[in-house]
Design a protein around this ligand. Structure first.
Ligand code: DO4
Ligand code: MG
Length: 286
């Protein structure tokens, strides 16, 4: 059975929590679990958690903690054009790069790009950014794979690959500027451990964007729509590159708002992945 964990701060101490329900976490500090990475490196993190689950652990309301991004020293990378919907949207946004997107969707080698250093990741409840010099900004709700240093996928979390579509569409060489800027990557709050790829492929990904209290965009897709296998994506990430602390790999978006839609400051972005939970952030211009 899957279990969910998180990083949080309580009493000015960073802690690891076992998610009891959407509104309570069990503090794993008394059981000696004070960091995420050793747990992700464990040969069987779910079995390790089961052993300590029976101990009398402090039960803390989520309302009393500060949720932190579920990463320590892991780099964050992202795959792109892994859903038909993403390929179609990229080809529409750019005459210049259309054939590149068309080709990479079908190619053996996936598109994988660097997204964020861990200390720049935005947590649930914090502000996500839209660039001041972009005219067309969107959230990208994505399943994110949590991978340990041995290249093993040990969990899944929720990712938001915030993107500037006008900058990306102008020229493919501007992709790093469209994708990597302050507050452009949100993750969390929970990591689901112990779910198989087959189980994760049954999950739904949905998003709602609210503006001034009104819903201005909502849509959903299914993880089953991802064209590539999880091991295929993580395998390419780990080719000729070591990640001594592990890595997180966003798996691409299958939801793209209509071309007339752009995010604005103060918009509320809520992403749900059914096997994981909710990631909610407000938008700020950076
Ligand atoms: O090359 C463009 C990026 C595509 C992307 O981020 C996605 O499909 O999610
Ligand atoms: Mg993306």
């Amino acid at each position: 059975m899957a279990m969910k964990i998180c990083r949080f701060e309580h009493g000015a101490v960073v802690r690891i929590g076992l998610v009891a329900d959407e509104s309570h976490v069990l503090d794993l500090t008394p059981a000696g679990v004070t960091e995420l990475t050793p747990l992700l490196e464990n040969a069987d993190p779910v079995a390790a958690l089961r052993k300590i689950q029976g101990l009398k652990l402090p039960r803390i309301p989520v309302a009393e903690i500060k949720l932190l991004p579920p990463v320590e020293r892991q780099e964050i990378w992202a795959a792109g054009v892994t859903y038909q919907r993403s390929k179609a949207a990229r080809m529409e946004e750019s005459d210049f790069s259309a054939s590149a997107y068309d080709q990479v969707y079908a190619a053996e080698r996936p598109e994988i790009f660097f997204k964020s250093m861990p200390d720049k990741v935005v947590a649930a409840g914090e502000l996500v950014g839209i660039r001041a010099d972009a005219r067309w900004s969107v959230p990208e709700p994505e399943l994110a794979l949590v991978i340990n240093s041995r290249g093993r996928i040990v969990g899944q979390t929720i990712g938001n690959d915030m993107s500037s579509r006008d900058i990306e569409g102008e020229n493919l060489l501007y992709l790093p500027q469209a994708k990597i800027y302050d507050r452009s990557c949100a993750l969390g709050p929970w990591i689901t451990l112990g779910a198989t790829e087959a189980q994760a492929r049954e999950w739904k990904i949905s998003i709602e964007i609210r503006r001034g209290g009104e819903s201005v965009f909502r849509d959903e897709t299914s993880v089953s729509q991802i064209k590539r296998g999880f091991e295929e994506l993580s395998g390419y990430l780990f080719r000729s590159q070591a990640f001594p602390h592990g890595a997180v790999l966003l798996t691409g978006t299958g939801i793209v708002p209509p071309d007339t839609f752009t995010l604005r400051e103060k918009d509320e972005v809520a992403i749900e992945i059914s096997g994981i939970g909710w990631l909610r952030n407000q938008v700020v211009v950076v």
